[in-house]
Design a binder for this molecule. Structure first.
Ligand SMILES: [Zn+2]
Length: 465
């Protein structure tokens, strides 16, 4: 794809370039307030889906949260002094675990067009080169706030537009300020040559000083790996291994990229805890290699469908024993960060392909969005289920909304009926980030204004002069 032939003005000539969506100039607000402080909480009388095999579901159940952790789950719990959250008419479940999202592309929504030269890849690769560090921050704020608002308590920020140390810092600051749990996977600048390594010195620096960025353990670091394309990308891989960082790679997404997982397997590059993204086109041997090597897969149905990668193969992967997590990938393609829609798509695709109403159950799909997603990110011992001792990441959703009622089986209700608008309360690490369906610590109008202003600035800078 020859980027110079791409007519940016044509793509970006809409409302953003015209400034129609932006208001008066704003003052960028770096270093915004930290999210709400933790308090002791007692969620009372909800329908609790623990997603913990031993604890099961608890009708009329309580969840006691103390010090950011789940202290107890059961009926009739006593917690004198705790703030009471009424769970009557609510489903209480672990927060959704999102497993791969190019968060910086959040500003490119509705910009992937209808023609080859305006497609997602040419658009993001070209426009991405005009990003500033402030734009990374604005994108991060927007995406993380949207995620939290929709009940997503963990995101994997697969950052393939680190154009300098300040870009990574800005993206990390956005994640930290919104209070979400996340892995930040450090990558190359977008459109970079595979003959150049990522900024290895900066990755080492971040890793060695991670305590300064970890936001009290909420944030972790990984490598957004470009695959075994060159000697340079192998240097990236080797440094991540040396630093003990988890590695994530896109593979077997296009039909034309089939065989990529086999090549990694043949070179001995698959390893436990590694994440492969998409894996749409896999031979039985490649699926076996993923399972045998303890490699996890991230599946993003809305980007895979929208861009024409093909149909995800969740059923085959889980049948082989591969741990699968669900993901947004990019809101440029998926539109929004709606884990309810993602779950529903996964179930419908599997049932449709199998011509079987019962191929993939709602309960199984909800496991993918919670505990399996957590396991796939290596944090299944910390989150993903409402288990005493784990960190308190959960959501509560109303059963009385017009699109929800009446609720029969709660699993069906979540997967078939649920939408982000039903999310009433979101807790991350014991902090209440959504209360009464509203983001508790975010000035939403300001955040949207800043994201729109950033997008407008990028479009102006990237338009040909
Ligand atoms: Zn991706």
């Amino acid at each position: 794809m020859n980027a110079t032939r791409w007519n940016r003005r044509e793509v970006l000539g809409g409302v953003l370039a015209a400034g129609a969506l932006s208001s008066a100039p704003f003052r960028r607000s770096l270093g915004q307030q930290q999210v709400t402080e933790r308090s002791e909480l007692l969620i009372r009388n909800g329908y609790v889906l623990t997603m913990d095999a031993a604890a099961g579901d608890i009708a009329g159940g309580d969840v006691h949260i103390r010090g950011g952790a789940i202290a107890a789950v059961g009926r009739g719990l006593s917690a004198p002094g705790a703030e009471i959250i009424d769970g009557t008419g609510m489903l209480v479940l672990p927060g959704f675990v999102e497993t791969h999202w190019h968060i910086w592309t959040a500003l490119l929504r509705s910009l992937a067009g209808d023609r080859q030269e305006h497609g997602y890849f040419p658009t993001s690769r070209t426009v991405g080169t005009f990003y500033s560090a402030d734009d990374m921050y604005a994108a991060g704020r927007l995406a993380a706030a949207e995620a939290i608002n929709a009940g997503v308590t963990f995101v994997h920020d697969w950052c393939h537009n680190v154009r300098g140390p300040d870009y990574a810092e800005a993206a990390l600051r956005a994640l930290a300020e919104t209070g979400i749990r996340a892995r930040f996977s450090y990558g190359s600048p977008t459109a970079a040559s595979n003959d150049a390594t990522i900024d290895l010195r900066d990755l080492r620096r971040l890793s060695e000083r991670w305590r300064d960025h970890a936001n009290g353990g909420l944030l972790t670091l990984g490598l957004a790996w470009r695959g075994a394309a060159s000697a340079a990308t192998m240097q990236d891989y080797e440094l991540a291994k040396q630093l003990g960082l988890p590695i994530s790679v896109h593979a077997n997404n296009f039909e034309s990229s089939a065989g990529g997982i086999q090549q990694l397997a043949d070179r001995g590059l698959l390893a436990p805890g590694m994440q492969v993204i998409h894996a749409v086109w896999c031979t039985p041997e490649e699926i076996r290699a993923l399972a045998d090597n303890g490699v996890n897969v991230s599946v993003s149905p809305y980007s895979e469908l929208r861009i024409g990668f093909g149909l995800p193969i969740v059923g085959k992967l889980v049948a082989a024993g591969v741990t699968v997590g669900l993901s947004v990938d990019t809101t440029t393609l998926s539109g929004n960060a709606d884990m309810f829609a993602i779950m529903k798509a996964i179930q419908n695709i599997e049932n449709g392909r199998a011509k079987n109403e019962f191929e993939l159950t709602a309960r199984r799909v909800l496991q993918l969005a919670t505990i399996d997603g957590a396991r796939s990110m290596g944090i299944g011992d910390r989150v993903g289920s409402l288990t005493p001792g784990k960190r308190a990441d959960l959501l509560m959703m109303r059963t009385t909304d017009i699109n929800m009622a009446p609720v029969g089986d709660p699993y069906y209700a979540i997967v078939f009926q649920g939408q982000p608008s039903n999310v009433d309360t979101v807790v991350v690490d014991g902090r209440v980030l959504v209360k009464g369906g509203k983001l508790a610590a975010v000035d939403l109008a300001k955040l949207v204004r800043e994201a729109t202003e950033s997008a407008r600035g990028i479009s102006q800078r990237s338009a040909p002069t």
